[in-house]
Design a protein. Structure first.
Length: 453
């Protein structure tokens, strides 16, 4: 018997059906159904015999799903109804008792919470694998100089180890964001019913304990309508993907012939359909392209939830495709990033040659004048004039005679040539967090400790 006198329009059935993408929730749906059945029996809502029949039926359903032999039907609207339908086919009418004291609303919210928690924990593990790869690479290239850039113009030299460790700290923040996500799914939605609670004396905390939740959602309305934790995941994923896009962009630049700082492993590059000589950094380029895709999912779900009245609305079905694609995309991006870093071959001579440009010692010359009592802004102008003369004459700063230096400032004496010695540009950066080797070694130790925390 149905409330409806007419069958569904085929196009409505298509737009309403979510099975094609939510079937991946089946492990969580089966797990929560087991916990729910045990709780119903413990509370005397169903008999022990019913519980055992339900658990046996769920075991059979899980076996079919795991083996890929589950007989999905065209009229299965979603994974939740498909599991219940098949359970009833296998276990008989007792299968209909499983839905006692729950609704698809709290059932879906629970499945998504379980999925999101697992996805956040996996993201933490993959981030830590990338942190380890970057830390290893930083240690192996601790004192390799290269130019640091602002506006993509050579600015000041840094050590490659220092540069790689910058990404470690971005990822450390990403790890904390995903840990926060995992904490946001601590309360069990199941037991809230459709929106108002259920008409049975259930033990929600028993279910919570079995499913790994630390508590229960305190308000039934919020329990079924809450998707904040999905937004939190998408936000963390968008920021993490943005960090990876910056790494990818640098690998693209550095692997070009114009830079020549790195050679990427063949395993993470591809060729051209027409130009045999090409070795394209496609994986690194895709890190750039995938980041806005994930950010788009975040914006789209904000749009779904914006101004949505309480409690459950079918709009919430749109959470899954955004979440699932973001999880899958971030997983690939983190794997590709770790693989590229592990396989990268950095070219020390090419980086050192680029870092030997004396013009990037300009700030060091200005600081030399500051130490001699000249105000920094005046120093800036003096050194800018010196640089202009060097560019105009096509000479290196160290090729200026002592008289030419004094013509710019009486404070530019023989020590100027010592400042222009390349290693001094790096080792002078002694402030905490700077690129001087003792500081980079301190930072490397912190990065190693990060993986233990």
């Amino acid at each position: 018997m149905s409330r409806f006198a007419e069958p569904q329009d085929p196009d409505f059935a298509s737009i309403n059906r979510s099975l094609d993408f939510d079937r991946r929730l089946w492990p969580y749906d089966v797990a929560q159904s087991r916990a729910h059945a045990r709780m119903l029996a413990a509370q005397g809502i169903i008999t022990a015999e019913d519980r055992d029949a339900l658990l046996a039926g769920l075991d059979a359903v899980e076996a079919e799903l795991r083996a890929g032999t589950f007989p999905f039907r065209e009229d299965d609207e979603d994974i939740h109804m498909a599991v219940e339908r098949r359970l009833t086919e296998l276990a008989g009418p007792v299968g209909g008792r499983l839905h006692t004291a729950r609704s698809r609303n709290d059932q879906v919210a629970t499945d998504i919470a379980l999925f999101t928690r697992e996805a956040a924990e996996e993201a933490v593990e993959r981030i830590e694998a990338l942190i380890a790869a970057l830390t290893d690479a930083a240690e192996a290239h601790l004192d390799w100089p290269l130019p640091g850039y602002t506006h993509l113009q050579r600015a000041q030299p840094v050590y490659l180890g220092h540069h790689l460790l910058a990404y470690v700290w971005m990822l450390a923040r990403d790890r904390e964001r995903f840990r926060f996500v995992a904490g946001q799914v601590a309360n069990l939605p199941l037991g809230a019913g459709a929106l108002a609670g259920v008409n049975f004396d259930t033990d929600r905390r028993m279910v919570a304990a079995e499913l790994g939740f630390t508590g229960v959602a305190p308000n039934s309305l919020d329990a079924v309508s809450n998707r904040d934790f999905v937004l939190d995941y998408l936000s963390a994923a968008a920021t993490c993907a943005t960090h990876l896009s910056r790494l990818g962009a640098e690998l693209v630049l550095w692997s070009s012939e114009e830079f020549g700082f790195v050679v990427l492993a063949d395993a993470w590059t591809s060729g051209s359909s027409i130009m045999p000589q090409k070795k394209n950094p496609d994986a690194a380029e895709l890190l750039r392209g995938k980041a806005p895709r994930i950010a788009g999912h975040l914006a789209a779900l904000h749009g779904v939830l914006h101004a949505l009245p309480l409690t459950y609305n079918k709009d919430l079905q749109e959470d899954k495709e955004h979440l699932f694609d973001a999880v899958d995309t971030l997983r690939l991006c983190l794997a590709a990033s770790a693989g590229m870093v592990r396989g990268a071959e950095f070219r020390r001579e090419r980086m050192a040659a680029a870092a030997s440009d004396e013009l990037i010692a300009a700030t060091d010359l200005a600081d030399l004048l500051v130490k001699r009592g000249v105000p920094f802004r005046e120093c800036h102008g003096i050194v800018a004039g010196l640089v202009r003369d060097a560019v105009t004459s096509g000479r290196r700063l160290s090729e200026f005679t002592p008289d030419e230096l004094r013509a710019h400032s009486e404070h530019l004496d023989a020590e100027t040539y010592d400042v222009l010695a390349q290693r001094s540009w790096l080792e002078s950066k002694v402030s905490e967090g700077g690129t001087a080797l003792p500081r980079v070694r301190e930072q490397l130790a912190l990065a190693r400790a990060l993986l233990d925390g």
